[in-house]
Design a protein around this ligand. Structure first.
Ligand SMILES: *Cc1c(COP(=O)(O)O)cnc(C)c1O
Length: 425
C-alpha cells in the first residue's frame, strides 16, 4: 500500500484478507483471547511476542483500522482511543509527567484547551499558550528546560486558524521536543502534517473520518521520526527501564518507529482504559472507505457557502481559510492545496438577536453541538456553548454574540445556499 495514492489507502489499507477470509473488516467482539499454554500468554505479557490477550490493550479490529490510519497519515504506528479527548490526553501524557511543561497554540478546540489548562494542571503539568500567528522568536521564548511537547491544530476548531506546521516543527525540534498536531478538520486527505515535520498526529475520528455522526472515537499516529534516545534525559519514560514491564526500554526495544505507540498502549491504555470498542472501529472504517470522496464535497460546499455569505449585506465577517480575503489564505494555499474542510464561521450584523432569528428559520441546517458529518448543522456559541458569557465577555474571547459556526455537510450546495438565503431575508 505504501506507494498507493490516498484514495486507494482509504479503501484498502490496513486489513488485507487472506484466501477465503472475510472481505470486510471482521468485528472481533471478544474481550479476551484463548491460549494453549501459560508460556504462550506470558510472552505476550512480557512484550516478547505480539498477539492479543485482552481487548482493553489491543483488539484485532482496532488494529486493522489503526493500520489504515498509519498508512493515511504516513506514520509507522497508530492506535485508536475511545474519543478525540482521550487521543490528545494520551499523546501529551505519553511524553509528560508531573513537573513537565507544554507549549500549545491558544487557538485550539475548547475541550483540549480545558484538558491542558485545567485538568493536566492538576497533574502538575504546566502550559504556555502561544498565538498561532507568533513569530519564531516569540515561540522560542515560550520554551523552558522542562518543556516536553508542542501542540497545535492544523485547522483550529472553531476559530479556523491555520497552523504554520513547518515553523512550529522547526522550533519544537530546536528545543528537542516533538510537535503534536491535531489533524481532525482537514483529515489526511487534505493535509498530512508528518510531511511538514509533525512528529505525532492526533484525531477526533468522531468528525469527518466517521463522517456520519455515528461513533465517538479518536486516534494517535506516530511518524516514527522523533529520536527519543537523542534527547534521552527529557523522555525517561521512553528511554529508561519501565518497571511495570520487567525493565523494558521502549526506545531500545521498539526503535523510533514503534516506541511511542507501544508505550502508549502498554502503559496508558492499560492504566486508563480509554479503548475504542471494536464495533465503533468497524463504523469508523466504513467512514474511512469514502473519506477521499466526501472531503472534496465538504470543501466544495464550505467554499460555496463562504463565498455566498461574504456577499450578503447582513453578514459582517466570514472566516474560511479557502477565501482569498481570509487572514489564513496564504497558509491554506501551502498546507491545504485541496481545500481544508466544510466548516465556515460568520458574524451577523445585529448580534445575538439576529443570530437567534436566523437559526430558527433554517430548515436544512440543524442546530447541533457537532461538526463534520454528512448533514449540515450550525451553532451560535452565544446562545449555546458559551451562554453564560455576556456580550462584552464574548467579544473579548473573540466569539462575538452574532457569530455562527456552520458545518457544511454533503447536501447539494444550491439547497444549502437557498436555505441560508431564506433565513437571512
Ligand atoms: C471534537 C474535537 C476533539 C475532541 O474529540 P471527541 O471525539 O469529541 O472527544 C478534539 N480536537 C478537535 C479538533 C475536535 O474537533
Amino acid at each position: 500500500m505504501e506507494n498507493k495514492k490516498i484514495g486507494t489507502k482509504c479503501v484498502q489499507a490496513g486489513y488485507r484478507p487472506g484466501n477465503g477470509e472475510p472481505r470486510q473488516v471482521p468485528i472481533i467482539q471478544s474481550t479476551t483471547f484463548k491460549y494453549d499454554t501459560s508460556e504462550d500468554m506470558g510472552k505476550l505479557f512480557d512484550l516478547e511476542a505480539s498477539g492479543y490477550f485482552y481487548t482493553r490493550l489491543q483488539n484485532p479490529t482496532n488494529d486493522y483500522v489503526a493500520a489504515k490510519l498509519a498508512a493515511l497519515e504516513g506514520g509507522t504506528a497508530a492506535m485508536l482511543t475511545s474519543s478525540g479527548q482521550a487521543a490528545n490526553f494520551f499523546a501529551l501524557f505519553n511524553v509528560c509527567e508531573c513537573g513537565s511543561h507544554i507549549v500549545a497554540s491558544s487557538s485550539i478546540y475548547g475541550g483540549t484547551f480545558n484538558l491542558i489548562a485545567v485538568t493536566m494542571a492538576k497533574m502538575g503539568i504546566e502550559v504556555t499558550f502561544v498565538s498561532p500567528d507568533a513569530s519564531e522568536e516569540e515561540l522560542n521564548a515560550a520554551f523552558k528546560d522542562n518543556t516536553r511537547a508542542m501542540f497545535g491544530e492544523t485547522i483550529a476548531n472553531p476559530a479556523l486558524t491555520v497552523l504554520d506546521i513547518e515553523k512550529f516543527a522547526k522550533v519544537a525540534h530546536a528545543h528537542g521536543v516533538p510537535l503534536i498536531v491535531d489533524n481532525t478538520f482537514p483529515t489526511p486527505v487534505n493535509c498530512r502534517p508528518i510531511e511538514w515535520g509533525a512528529d505525532i498526529v492526533t484525531h477526533s475520528t468522531t468528525k469527518y473520518m466517521d463522517g456520519h455522526g455515528a461513533a465517538v472515537g479518536g486516534a494517535i499516529i506516530d511518524s516514527g521520526k522523533f529520536d527519543w534516545m537523542a534527547h534521552a534525559d527529557k523522555f525517561p519514560g521512553l528511554t529508561q527501564p519501565d518497571d511495570s514491564y520487567h525493565g523494558i526500554v521502549y526506545a531500545e526495544k521498539f526503535g523510533k518507529e514503534g516506541a511511542f505507540i507501544t508505550k502508549c498502549t502498554a502503559q496508558l491504555m492499560r492504566d486508563f482504559g480509554c479503548i475504542q470498542s471494536p464495533q465503533n472501529a468497524f463504523i469508523l472504517n466504513l467512514g474511512l472507505e469514502s473519506l477521499h470522496v466526501r472531503m472534496p464535497k465538504h470543501v466544495e460546499n464550505g467554499l460555496a457557502v463562504a463565498q455566498f455569505l461574504e456577499k450578503q449585506p447582513q453578514v459582517k465577517k466570514v472566516s474560511y481559510p479557502g477565501l482569498e480575503s481570509d487572514k489564513y489564505y496564504e497558509l491554506a494555499k501551502k498546507y491545504l492545496p485541496k481545500g481544508g474542510c466544510g466548516v465556515v464561521s460568520f458574524e451577523l450584523e445585529g448580534g445575538r438577536a439576529a443570530a437567534e432569528s436566523f437559526m430558527k428559520k433554517l430548515r436544512l441546517c440543524a442546530i447541533e453541538t457537532h461538526v463534520a458529518d454528512a448533514r449540515s448543522c450550525c451553532l451560535n456559541p452565544a446562545t449555546s456553548t458559551h451562554r453564560q458569557l455576556t456580550d462584552e465577555q464574548l467579544e473579548a474571547a473573540g466569539i462575538p454574540a452574532g457569530l455562527i459556526r456552520i458545518s457544511c455537510g454533503l447536501e447539494d450546495k444550491e439547497d444549502l445556499i437557498a436555505d441560508i438565503q431564506n433565513a437571512l431575508s
